[in-house]
Design a protein around this ligand. Structure first.
Ligand code: NDP
Length: 283
């Protein structure tokens, strides 16, 4: 397999982290210490891994991270009180509450309680609105990672037919918004889409974020397409795999992201970027 064709998310994320590291250093020289508060409630094993990786990412680039590991039985009120305290702390410039939360806590209420100025996940409707209106501000992490992967690999988005499969608030919808901001011609598909294959065949760029293995197969694509696979699934051997039939699509694609090593590392890099995005004005 030619390395040229594979979009190396690990390598690109390292480049971005190096850039962040330099900016963090300059901020520290000016007496500004970027600080992210990471809150996790309960024992969800996947969430614990994500939180550990996010804290490790902070360490790598010199961002200070504060850790709040709350018990599963934490009440909604207790969590909201903690968020309020973090909202008010001047030394904390980013707040991340790891989702999903235990069933007895209303996730929406918690997202709404985070000060939009500290919402590094870019989940607050205020920040979602800024993204949708094409304004400056926090960037949705996974979608921003997708844009960086495409651009830093030297591909143009403007004027290209972009198809996004998936319309979640975390990936599909904001990815469509960012591609639109880059002047792509964007089609969003989902589980009720009738002619997915025909739509995908028109695409120059396809982003797949369904959480379903083999959503995209070679019979659905045209030659020369750029494929971004967001999915994280397990195959029958418990090996991590994406939403795309990688081996099938690889020969036809101009470029394709692997799983793992594609979008995954970019999400954390873009989270770290959000931790300093509002501080860059002090550089
Ligand atoms: P959701 O389950 O929230 O959304 C899935 C979307 O895919 C829905 O809009 C659904 O349509 C659509 N869909 C499902 N099946 C099909 C199908 N057969 N054809 C067309 N559309 C379909 O998932 P997320 O967006 O949160 O995540 C998607 C994947 O990306 C998951 O594997 C997740 O683990 C991964 N992920 C990876 C990240 C990373 O950093 N690498 C970060 C976030 C997610 P409908 O709306 O009609 O139900």
């Amino acid at each position: 397999m030619s390395e040229e064709k594979i979009i190396d998310g690990k390598k690109i994320s390292l480049m971005i982290k190096e850039e962040i590291k330099k900016d963090v250093l300059k901020l520290k020289e000016k007496g500004i210490i970027p600080t992210l508060a990471v809150v996790i409630v309960g024992e969800n094993p996947a969430s614990k891994v994500y939180v550990r990786n996010k804290k490790k990412g902070c360490e790598e680039v010199g961002i200070n991270s504060l850790s709040y590991e709350l018990k599963e039985e934490t009440t909604e009120e207790e969590l909201l009180n903690l968020v309020k305290e973090l909202n008010e702390r001047e030394d904390v410039n980013g707040i991340l509450v790891q989702l999903p939360l235990p069933k007895h806590i209303d996730e929406n209420k918690v997202i709404l309680s985070i000060n939009p100025e500290k919402d590094v996940d870019c989940f607050h409707p205020y920040n979602v609105g800024l993204v949708s209106t094409g304004n400056e501000g926090f960037l949705p992490c996974t979608p921003a990672g997708i844009i960086e992967l495409i651009k830093r690999s030297g591909f143009e988005i403007a004027g290209k037919n972009c198809v996004v499969i998936g319309r979640s608030n975390i990936v599909g919808k904001p990815a469509a918004m960012l591609l639109l901001k880059e002047n792509g011609t964007v089609t969003v598909c989902h589980s009720k889409t009738k002619n997915l294959s025909e739509i995908c065949k028109t695409a120059d760029i396809i982003v797949v974020a369904t959480g379903k293995r083999n959503t995209l197969t070679p019979d659905m694509i045209k030659e020369g397409v750029i494929i971004i696979d967001v999915g994280m699934n397990r195959d029958e051997n418990n090996k991590l795999c994406g939403d795309v039939d990688f081996n099938g699509c690889y020969p036809l694609a101009k470029a394709i992201t692997p799983v793992p090593g594609g979008v995954g590392p970019m999400t954390i890099a873009m989270l770290l970027n959000n931790c300093i995005i509002k501080l860059r004005k002090f550089l």
